[in-house]
Design a protein around this ligand. Sequence first.
Ligand code: AMP
Length: 193
Amino acid sequence: MFNIVIFGPPGSGKGTQSANIAKQYGLVHLSTGDLFRHEIQIQSPVGKEANRYISKGQLVPDAITLRLLYKHASKHINDPGIIFDGFPRTLNQAIMLDRMMNKKGIKVNLVIGIEVEEEELINRIKHRSRTSTRDDDDEKIIHNRMKIYHQQTYPVIEYYQKQGKYESISGMASVETVFQRLCAVIDQYKHEH
Ligand code: AMP
């Protein structure tokens, strides 16, 4: 299996890019944000619980997130690979993902961070919020999501750096250019392994 984690702050374009990468390389796209939004839409107990956090721009507690993630990831263990989008977002989630994968004899092969300057991120989300149905794209909540990204999610980068799995690219370009940069990193990895 070839498993990738796409990493980046809100507004970095990781959702769009993950979908494109999944298509290009035949991977399953698992976005915890999308999974939560689906649960909210069908008004399931998980959705109702998760929405208490998501609507405030906070992270959903690990126990809920991990349960949902395991449920979906375990369906794809025999597929060519998974692209994780928006997961892991805490150090604990990263450790638990490694544990889950070790048990199945698989691993996270590559982690790619999309780097975008903060001012650009805020502008992009503000723009998205004009047409978005997402409550968490509201301006006040965006700032909270950014803060949480720096406090809780950023340390995950270091975790993967120590494992020698982390690569970053600049996301300050068009969707097509960023996609090409991501593909170049993936192709290089595939060439070397
Ligand atoms: P996203 O679509 O990835 O921006 O996620 C939207 C929201 O869902 C986040 O702001 C969090 O509230 C929640 N969420 C998504 N993924 C996770 C995760 N891995 N851990 C905790 N909360 C998450």
